[in-house]
Design a binder for this molecule. Structure first.
Ligand SMILES: Cc1cc2nc3c(=O)[nH]c(=O)nc-3n(C[C@H](O)[C@H](O)[C@H](O)COP(=O)(O)OP(=O)(O)OC[C@H]3O[C@@H](n4cnc5c(N)ncnc54)[C@H](O)[C@@H]3O)c2cc1C
Length: 382
């Protein structure tokens, strides 16, 4: 916390969903928050691309859960209840449906209507100070680090464009288009996002993106008007602790993101809000027990699922899709696949040594927000 005349202000590094959710939670609980954002605006890491706010890991709706943390869905959020899935080569096609939304389509970026813009407006209205264009390197008085990914475990590369195609969500699983991941096309009200999400062979992203464009063009007759390239990285890791001294880590900066398919927005907002509440209460353990209770088992299950998914290859994807029942509610099926299970936890511990190493070094005696820093280990040249 930083002292400012007559009040203590909790400092937050990064104005993404995690940082803004933290700031909102602090203000709603009667505290004061100051957020530093290294870019000129919120959402500047994104370009107006569509992302999915997942709604399958719990029975209750994600928007209700966000409302409990004080976040109002003032952003565009289109429910998606149907996804068309293709197997490698596009021969197998399945339409999966759910009664309740499988996810909500949200836009990321700085423009009105995006998730980021709405969170910024909510934060400013609640009295949060946001300092744009300021990069944080240290938090000597403690605070919350929500700086997003600190390395690339997965990357996405794609195009945004305008189209007159009908709304729809399409996914293809294929090692030729997206090694270890999937390529997707999301269309909503004349705007579209087409991308490949890779978990391997990042150097050939151009090739995989071109193949993804070719596939959707041949299969669905996609015509991209005013196409703009975009891309980004993501990281996931299960930390031993999300605390270093008086600094709490939330969102992707802590590694909190679904390791199976790279959905991170929901966990970013939940962990950010919990970190804000805990820091205001001065109870670091409250945050540690929150994420261990709410996020840890999902992470282990998703990491185990990824281990199996990576071993499927094109033949396995085809088999998986063939056995996808068209009738059963896909949301229920996904919830069951993500539900913490004893055997998945046990499997996770067997494979844990091969999982991504934690981003945090809880033993580092420094106030740096970049956790792997060795600042204090180096002799001072001053
Ligand atoms: C192309 C792409 C597609 C994705 N699709 C989905 C999806 O469909 N569904 C989903 O749930 N997730 C998706 N994700 C992941 C999701 O975007 C992230 O998990 C989520 O944004 C994480 O939120 P965050 O607040 O932790 O970090 P971020 O959103 O990355 O925000 C971090 C902020 O901190 C700022 N910052 C960084 N360092 C500093 C510093 N030192 N000082 C000050 N500010 C700093 C950054 O500029 C940034 O604004 C996608 C990611 C990418 C890249």
């Amino acid at each position: 916390m930083a002292e400012n005349k007559d009040r203590w202000i909790i400092e937050i590094s990064g104005a993404g969903p995690a940082g803004l959710a933290a700031a909102l939670a602090i203000m709603h609980a009667g505290g004061h928050a100051r957020v530093y954002e290294r870019r000129g605006d919120v959402g500047a890491r994104f370009h107006g691309d569509f992302q999915g706010l997942e709604n399958w890991t719990t029975k209750s709706d994600v928007l209700e859960e966000l409302a409990e943390t004080g976040i109002v869905p003032g952003f565009e959020h289109t429910p998606v209840n149907e996804v068309i899935c293709f197997g490698p080569g596009g021969d197998i096609e399945r339409t999966v449906r759910s009664q309740q939304p499988l996810f909500y389509l949200v836009r990321r970026g700085s423009e009105p209507g995006t998730l980021d813009y709405s969170l910024k407006e909510q934060a400013l209205a609640a009295g949060v100070e946001i300092h744009f264009g300021e990069t944080v390197r240290n938090l000597p008085n403690g605070g919350i680090v929500t700086e997003g990914p600190h390395r690339a475990d997965a990357i996405a590369a794609g195009y945004l464009f305008e189209t007159d195609m009908a709304n729809g969500a399409y996914v293809i699983v294929s090692e030729q288009l997206a090694p270890g991941g999937y390529a997707y096309l999301l269309i909503c009200n004349g705007r579209a996002t087409l991308a490949t999400c890779l978990f391997d062979d990042f150097h050939n992203e151009h090739l995989y993106l071109q193949r993804s464009v070719d596939f959707f063009t041949d299969k669905l007759g996609v015509h991209m008007n005013n196409a703009r390239r975009f891309g980004g990285t993501g990281n996931f890791a299960l930390p031993k602790t999300a605390r270093k001294r008086n600094i709490l880590y939330a969102g992707e900066a802590a590694g909190f993101q679904d390791p199976l398919f790279g959905f991170g927005i929901r966990f970013a907002m939940l962990s950010g809000a919990a970190a804000g509440r805990a820091l205001l209460a001065g109870d670091y353990e409250q945050y540690e027990s929150f994420w261990k209770r709410r996020l840890r088992d999902y992470h282990k299950t998703a990491a185990t699922n990824r281990w199996f998914y990576e071993r499927l290859g094109d033949r396995g994807y085809n088999k998986m899709l063939k056995h996808f029942p068209n009738s059963r509610d896909i949301r229920e099926r996904m919830r069951s696949a993500y539900a913490p299970r004893l055997w998945k936890r046990a499997w996770y511990h067997l494979i844990a040594a091969r999982q991504h190493t934690p981003l945090l070094n809880p033993h580092a005696d420094c106030d740096c927000t970049w956790c792997r820093c060795t600042r204090h280990a180096q002799p001072s040249s001053a």
